[in-house]
Design a protein around this ligand. Structure first.
Ligand code: TMP
Length: 211
C-alpha cells in the first residue's frame, strides 16, 4: 500500500495533538501502519532545536531569519530520518505541523521575504510535501482558554510563541485560512470549535478520501 503524508496545522490550543491521536488509533484499527510525528521535533536533533526555539533562554530575542533556519534544519532531518523512510514503507504519516507553519509564522506573520522562505523550503524538503493538510480553525480567544486549562509541568510557562499577543495569533489564523484559499485541493479547513467527537468526524470525512 502506498504511503500517505498528512499534516495538521492551526493556531495554539486548537486540538491538533488530540485529533492526531484519535486519527492514528482509527487508522491502526483499520490495519494501516501509522507514524505520528511533530514539528519542530520528531528526531533527537529536532527535539533539541524545539527546546531552543520554544523555551531556552538562549533563544530569547532570536531574529526571524534564525527562526526560519532552525525550523528548517529540524525539518530537513525529520524528512530524511523519519518521513521519507516511513512513506517508502507504506505508512500513513501524520505530522503535527509541517512547512505551512513556516510559511505562515515566519513568512506571513514575521514578514520574511516569501522567495527566501520558498528557497529554504526547497532545500529542507524538496518534493516531500503533504498530500493533505488539515487546518484546524479555532477563534484565538477560544485557543487561549484551552491553553490555560492545559496541565503544565511545575514552573511551566508560555513558550515564546504562546507569549505573543492575540493580534499575532489572529494573523496566524488568517494566514492558514489564506493558504486554504490558495491551495484548496491540498489544504482543507475544519471547524475546531465543536466537541472532540464532532471534530474527529469532520477530519475523518476528509482523510478517508486519501488513505
Ligand atoms: P506546538 O508544536 O506546541 O504547536 O509549538 C510549535 C510552535 O512553533 C508553535 O507556536 C508554532 C511555531 N512554529 C513556527 O513558528 N514555525 C514552524 O515552522 C513550526 C513547525 C512551528
Amino acid at each position: 500500500m502506498a504511503g500517505v503524508f498528512i499534516s495538521f496545522e492551526g493556531g495554539e490550543g486548537c486540538g491538533k495533538s488530540t485529533q492526531i491521536k484519535r486519527l492514528a488509533a482509527r487508522l491502526e484499527k483499520a490495519g494501516r501502519k501509522v507514524v505520528v510525528t511533530r514539528e519542530p521535533g520528531g528526531t533527537m536533533l529536532g527535539e533539541t532545536i524545539r527546546h531552543l526555539l520554544k523555551h531556552a533562554r538562549e533563544g530569547h530575542g532570536m531574529c526571524a531569519e534564525s527562526e526560519l533556519l532552525l525550523f528548517s534544519a529540524a525539518r530537513a532531518q525529520l524528512v530524511r530520518s523519519v518521513i521519507r523512510p516511513a512513506l517508502a514503507a507504506g505508512a500513513v504519516v501524520l505530522s503535527d505541523r509541517f512547512l505551512d507553519s513556516t510559511t505562515v509564522y515566519q513568512g506571513l506573520v514575521r514578514g520574511l521575504d516569501p522567495l527566501m522562505v520558498a528557497t529554504v523550503h526547497q532545500m529542507a524538503v524538496s518534493e516531500c510535501l503533504p498530500r493533505l493538510t488539515v487546518v484546524m480553525a479555532l477563534p484565538v480567544k477560544e485557543g487561549r482558554k484551552r491553553l490555560m486549562k492545559r496541565v503544565r509541568p511545575v514552573g511551566g510557562e508560555n513558550d515564546r510563541f504562546e507569549a505573543e499577543p492575540d493580534e499575532f495569533h489572529q494573523r496566524v489564523l488568517d494566514g492558514f485560512l489564506q493558504l486554504a484559499k490558495v491551495e484548496p485541493k491540498r489544504v482543507k479547513v475544519v471547524d475546531a470549535s465543536g466537541t472532540k467527537d464532532a471534530v474527529e468526524q469532520a477530519i475523518w470525512r476528509i482523510v478517508r478520501r486519501v488513505v
